[in-house]
Design a binder for this molecule. Structure first.
Ligand code: FAD
Length: 462
């Protein structure tokens, strides 16, 4: 027998918008965090902002939790449904509405996949620089709600930096349309910033005006084998100085990561015949008629002569470059290579990263001698990913013990427990390791002001 709320929800929305109970496909029960799936009471798949507003207002009135979902690739559990609550997938609100080549903007619906946005920008002769391994599945609404980072932050900034305007629905159902296209707009508070990075706890993003960039005419890619982390720091400093704004990616991988992934995935090629202390994937992109390769190669050859870099592989063709990136992008294959993993997205001052990697590898292995501890990250942005797998623990990985160890290390080194994935459910107990009591209290005051009944994505972040 449907409840009154279920009948109200169904009759308030167009046909085929709501699904209940057992009929909800299990893919909506969980995100990529690895947390146990939760079957929601109802799944709402709106087609318009008006539908979003109606469903949200009803949930608010009836005090039913509502969890926004994008591509469900989030790694922090932010999109996990709440038992007895509504999950709202934005997947049907997908598509590019307008590209304004003069203003350099693109207006899109929140459920649009990141790769679709990248392709549409390219087709218009422009460039959308936000890029991450989940590009084919994640949505721009999810990217903004998590303030995603990814591979090109070093040059273009995070998701937040790509946004000019936003439309969103507040927890009481109010639609706020602020589809600004101007770069300069200081008329009062910049409200959109509240909704970017707040993990769907303050409003549901429905439409976005993105800022597009000129498409670089040439891209050069190289993999470097360095003796140690000190050398990586010299490489970073030199690349910044010599390549300037052309430096568009600086991805670092420790041998633990490179060996595990190349051994586990036969399609991946080892970048070098010999082993090195640390590996760096470096990319330069720009507008020089003669291309970027000569500049990148000149920069790296001096470093080779100085012994800062032991060996270099240049991605001579687009295919070679893709092959080099394939190693870095292989992170989606952990389930195949390792099975269950405990993942971290920490931030530390770049200068301390080498020490942090040594410490985390040593301390984890001291307690779990058979553990794999894979380290890699967007080091130019002070962002390190650590992935732990204890083979002897099988499906029951020691999550809480490893979390406590890694986050304590982050706290002791003045880092952040989340550089780009957000807090969600997974990192909630550790928020105070990075944010002060005053900061957390202010976050809670903002949440209470916008969502007094705590219906929008309750229990996430804090
Ligand atoms: C293989 C792989 C590689 C990844 N690489 C990176 C990386 O390099 N950098 C990085 O930052 N992340 C990375 N991620 C994490 C993930 O892709 C990002 O967090 C992404 O931004 C999530 O987008 P989504 O659409 O999948 O969001 P979801 O997982 O569906 O949701 C994420 C959060 O946003 C909220 N949300 C979703 N849509 C909306 C909306 N329209 N309005 C309000 N709230 C909403 C949800 O409630 C949840 O809190 C990776 C994930 C995978 C699986």
């Amino acid at each position: 027998m449907p409840t009154t709320f279920e009948l109200e929800l169904q009759s308030a929305l167009p046909d085929n918008t709501v699904t209940f109970g057992e009929a909800i496909e299990s893919k909506y029960w969980h995100d990529w965090s690895g947390l146990a799936p939760v079957q929601p009471l109802a799944l709402v798949r709106p087609r318009t902002t008006q539908d979003v507003s109606i469903a949200m207002a009803l949930c608010n009135e009836r005090r039913i939790a509502l969890v926004p979902q994008g591509g469900l690739t989030g790694l922090a559990g932010g999109a996990q449904p709440v038992a007895g609550g509504v999950a709202m997938s934005l997947e049907r609100m997908s598509g590019v509405e307008e590209i304004d080549a003069v203003m350099g903007t693109m207006t899109v619906l929140a459920g649009t996949r990141l790769s679709e946005i990248q392709d549409a920008a390219e087709a218009a002769g422009l460039y959308f620089p936000l890029d991450l391994g989940a590009r084919g599945s994640c949505s721009i609404g999810g990217n903004l709600s998590t303030n995603a980072g990814g591979n090109r932050v070093i040059r273009y900034g995070m998701a937040r930096d790509q946004v000019l305007g936003l439309e969103y629905v507040l927890p009481d159902g109010t639609i706020v349309s602020s589809l600004n296209k101007m770069i300069k707009n200081n008329a009062g508070y910049d409200l959109k910033q509240l909704f970017i990075g707040s993990e769907g706890t303050l409003g549901i993003i429905t439409r976005v005006v993105l800022r597009l960039q000129a498409k670089p005419i040439s891209v050069a890619t190289a993999m470097c084998g360095c003796p140690d982390y000190e050398a990586v720091l010299t490489l970073l400093k030199t690349a910044r100085a010599k390549l300037g704004p052309s430096l568009s990616a600086f991805e670092v991988m420790w041998p633990s990561f490179v060996d595990c992934m190349t051994n586990g995935l036969p399609q991946l090629r080892k970048p070098f015949a010999e082993a090195h202390g640390v590996y760096v994937l470096i990319e330069a992109s720009g507008f020089r008629e003669e291309g970027e390769s000569a500049h990148l190669e000149a920069c790296l050859s001096t470093l080779l002569e100085d012994g800062v870099v032991n060996d270099v592989v240049i991605g001579a063709s687009e295919r070679d470059a893709k092959e080099l990136w394939a190693l870095r992008d292989s992170v989606s294959e952990y389930p195949k290579v390792l099975g269950a993993v405990i993942g971290f997205d920490i931030g530390l001052p770049t200068t301390l990263m080498g020490e942090a990697v040594d410490r985390v590898q040593r301390e984890v292995k001291a307690q779990w001698p058979d553990a794999h501890v894979l380290c890699y990250g967007h080091i130019g942005d002070s962002n390190l990913h650590v992935v732990v797998n204890v083979p002897s623990a099988g499906a029951h990985q020691p999550h809480s013990e490893v979390d406590a160890l890694v986050y304590e290390l982050v706290r002791s080194m003045g880092g952040t427990i989340s550089a780009e994935h957000g807090i969600g459910l997974v990192k909630k107990p550790f928020l105070s390791f990075t944010r002060s009591p005053e900061e957390i209290a202010l976050m809670q005051r903002i949440k209470a002001a916008l969502d007094p009944h705590n219906v929008l994505n309750p229990g996430k972040v804090f």
